[in-house]
Write a protein that binds this ligand. Structure first.
Ligand code: 0X9
Ligand code: ZN
Length: 301
């Protein structure tokens, strides 16, 4: 059974998605958009009332294996929206929601079984010293191979042998490119630091509509603080954090998706990636308050 009192294995998360699709077939459906390097499913869950006027929002989690609060938060969103769909606001119901809670299932399982602090996927490199894993958030094809990414397969921020060399990042990009949905927003959940980051990540530059992103980001941050007390900093990835090229956010933004954010969830460093299970519910709850604000802006587009 799914709870938000512990972190779950991949099998539980996938079982939960399938359960929702079975229980709410009118609004929930599950699809596999591809397979990981090790052959695990990349399962995406869609929630929609089928209204053709709906906007579409894509949300992912678990790009980085060790950031366990991310899949936990995304599954919390899924649960709240699916279980209480009729009671949701019109803004929330007028969106076709697409959730991919675990982009990096091989890495995620590896953090459960072998190395809690693994970050990358698990594809081996065959050049020189054999090392494992590409940083999927350096493998996307917009300004790939620039700042803040490494060409060394043993690095934590290895960019991969070419853009979209990894099945996981490729599957996400193919899905977004070929989807009938025309996405208005993309949220990718990471940890930690409590940041709401908008493009660009590859270097100190901002997109032409950065003021809109800043307004929405600040409004999401206010809602999170009102709901649960956590303070989030809002700004561009490169400006607030560091330049890092090949991120999913930059590529999605370059595809024309307006409200694109990387959200670095709690905490600010006390526990870091090893966030205690007692924090899952508070973090997820306040994050959902932020998501509702995003929905209100998306519905006004
Ligand atoms: O470095 C990253 O990939 C993200 N931070 S994390 O600590 N979760 O690894 C930030 C990514 C921000 N976006 C881009 N740089 N494009
Ligand atoms: Zn991350």
């Amino acid at each position: 059974r799914m709870t938000w009192k512990q972190y779950h294995r991949l099998e539980d998360i996938h079982g939960f998605l399938d359960y929702l699709a079975k229980t709410y077939p009118k609004i929930v459906s599950v699809n596999t958009i591809g397979k990981s390097y090790e052959g695990k499913d990349l399962k995406i869950l869609r929630i929609s009332d089928g209204n053709p006027n709906n906007k579409a929002v894509f949300i992912d989690g678990g790009i980085h294996a060790r950031e366990w609060i991310s899949p936990a938060t995304v599954t919390y969103f899924i649960n709240q929206i699916a279980e209480n769909f009729d009671e949701e606001s019109d803004d929330m119901k007028q969106i076709d929601w697409y959730f991919l809670p675990v982009v990096n299932p091989d890495g995620y399982e590896y953090t459960h079984l072998v190395d809690r602090l693994w970050r990358k996927n698990r594809k081996p490199s065959f050049t020189g010293r054999q090392c494992f894993g590409t940083d999927l958030n350096r493998n996307f094809g917009y300004r790939w191979g620039g700042k803040g990414a490494s060409n060394n397969p043993c690095s934590e921020i290895f960019r991969g042998s070419r853009s979209f060399s990894e099945p996981e990042s490729r599957a996400v990009s193919e899905f977004i490119k070929t989807s009938v949905a025309n996405f208005s927003a993309y949220l990718t959940y990471h940890s930690y630091g409590q940041y709401l980051l908008y493009p660009w990540g590859y270097d100190n530059a901002v997109p032409p509509d950065h003021k809109d992103l800043d307004v929405v980001g600040k409004s999401i941050a206010e809602a999170i603080e009102r709901a649960g007390g956590s303070k989030y900093s809002v700004g561009s990835s490169s400006g607030l954090l560091y330049p890092a090229s090949g991120g999913s956010d930059d590529w999605v933004k370059a595809q024309g998706v307006k409200y694109t954010f990387t959200i670095e969830l709690s905490d600010t460093g006390r526990y870091g990636f090893i966030l205690p299970t007692t924090k899952i519910e508070p973090v997820a709850r306040e994050s959902l308050a932020g998501l509702r604000v995003l929905a209100s802006y998306v519905s006004k587009l």
